[in-house]
Ligand binder design. Structure first.
Ligand code: NAP
Length: 246
């Protein structure tokens, strides 16, 4: 992995971890991989766009965060599982001096998370359902009974700023949001995104699955802070709005 911006240099594992560190305190970064034309899936999954370097950055961003935030569409479609101590992320967290396990928080207005899924039943750090009061009460109760922590944030829809407050109150201040496009749209609209970490795959894909699930009320302006490269894949780091980096 080499850095192209700011100063060009080769990056070893330690330097890569430094390159992705964020300031202490509350911070929400979004991690995506997209093709040059903005497609986020090949045959319905993101894996077709990935590379060894992308998987390395994906694991590192998890390792540096307190919690994974993900929309239910992505958690279900990509087969999300809990982060365990003996997983690559768990081991990397240990090497970075962090607790090996971390929770996954699934955003779902309808509380669609399956109470029998591994994500709920096999998690060492309890999986969190982020939902709203309009979600079916029986579904919420079933998820709580199965072991999930249910956060009700908002009445008719999920109030994302309130959800991030609730996570921070539990010590989960540093969030890596892994999408998908609907959740990114909601998070940008709610003004809760500090950073976009976008891996740009050297591919043209076409199709309907784009980075953003719908038009924003107005363009979000981002500032480019870092570009890394490996095997033709660009790893960009943009701040959103007023966020500042060390
Ligand atoms: N290339 C990449 O890096 C990448 C990253 C992530 C996902 N993806 C791809 O994107 C596709 C999934 O797209 P998607 O837009 O459906 O994903 P998504 O945002 O993960 O899931 C949408 C669902 O999540 C819940 N949700 C999302 N935002 C919400 C909000 N603000 N408030 C309340 N609930 C919210 C809703 O669940 P309920 O319907 O249960 O209420 C909604 O139906 C998959 O094919 C996945 O592979 C690609």
């Amino acid at each position: 992995m080499r850095r192209l911006l700011p100063e060009p240099t080769e990056l070893d594992d330690d330097a890569l971890a430094e390159a992705y560190r964020v300031p202490a305190g509350r911070f929400a970064r979004v991690n995506f991989v997209a093709s040059l034309d903005g497609a986020v899936t090949v045959d319905g999954r993101s894996a077709g766009l990935g590379s060894p370097g992308d998987r390395r950055v994906f694991r590192l961003l998890r390792a540096l965060a307190d919690v994974v935030l993900v929309g239910h569409g992505t958690a279900a479609g990509e087969g999300y599982r809990p982060v365990t101590a003996d997983s690559p992320v768990g081991r990397l967290r240990g090497a970075l001096g962090r607790t090996p396990v971390m929770p996954v928080a699934v955003v779902s207005r309808r509380a669609s998370l399956d109470p029998r899924s591994d994500l709920v039943t096999r998690a060492t750090a309890r999986t969190i359902l982020v939902t709203c009061a309009a979600a079916d009460a029986d579904r919420r109760a079933a998820l709580a009974a199965a072991g999930a922590e249910v956060l009700v944030c908002g009445d008719d829809d999920v109030d994302l700023p309130a959800a991030l407050h609730a996570l921070a109150d539990r010590g989960l201040e540093q969030v890596v949001c892994e999408g998908g496009p609907q959740l990114l749209h909601g998070a940008l609209t709610a003004g809760v995104v500090d950073e976009l970490d976008l891996s740009v795959s050297p591919a043209l894909v076409g199709g309907q699955a784009r980075l953003l699930g719908g038009a924003l009320p107005g363009p979000a302006r981002l500032a480019l802070h870092q570009v890394l490269e490996e095997d033709g894949m660009l790893f960009t780091r943009y701040t959103v709005g007023d966020a500042t980096l060390r």
